[in-house]
Design a binder for this molecule. Sequence first.
Ligand code: ATR
Length: 281
Amino acid sequence: MSGNAKVAGIIGWPVGHSLSPALHGFWLEAHKVDGAYVPLPVAPENFSFVLDGLRRAGFKGVNLTVPHKEAGFALAHETDEAAQIAGAVNLLIFGEHGHMIGRNTDALGLEASLRDAGVHITGETVVLFGAGGAARAGVLALNALGAKEIRILNRNASRAEALAGSLAPKIAACLTTGPLTDWPKAASDVKLLLNTTSAGMKGKDALNLDLAPLPNDAAVCDIVYNPLETDLLKNAKARGLKTIDGLGMLMHQAVPAFETFYGVRPAVTPELRRHLEAALK
Ligand code: ATR
């Protein structure tokens, strides 16, 4: 690294679990970039001071993870549409004179991951589980892929209704909602089941769904990547369905960040996936 190295990083609290340093580190090496990407553990009360300091120290920008995405949105001077819809940013770009641009690349990442996997849902009906921040990115991605109807099912059905109410004016797809118990009757004609809930994550309860009502040509995508093969994906595989794990979204959401920080558009490759799978272990 030279004295002119381009520096960026990820802010979280905690941040030790983040795969982003391994991800950007892989690309930095692959592209021989004169730069660095560092993990930055920052408590919420220090967040705005740290941002100011990093910017003044010449950082190109930062990725944000839990619990800073909403605070980052509030502090950004300019935001893209995906960030406005999510009310959260995962990327802050430091511009001239203290100007901060906030972006949310989660929906783009999920859309690219589903495209990569050959999932075609144009004009089709899909089911989405969840009604949190990740569900917002999920709705945007499914809409961008041309879904005709998105059935949003959530444990707490009123949260699903609120989510659909706020997103409906901004998207073309028809949004319907219900409790998780609607699953069997919602499943019979769908092309894709997308889980955006945190159920199935390491240490949390699984969804315990019966996948029998899904058509044989349906795909199942889980945005959880720890573990990489959730019980949901295991069951889907056992039923012979196409599965898409959460690593694809993680890799693709990082592409715009890397390109902005270092000026090179990186590729999502099988080598990168292997590198991250090793880092997960
Ligand atoms: P995020 O912003 O990451 O989406 P969140 O806002 O906390 O996080 O949302 C978590 C989502 O996972 C919610 O949809 C939650 O359902 P509720 O709204 O009913 O709480 C869902 N979730 C978490 N654990 C779950 C479980 N064991 N079974 C079903 N849904 C679960």
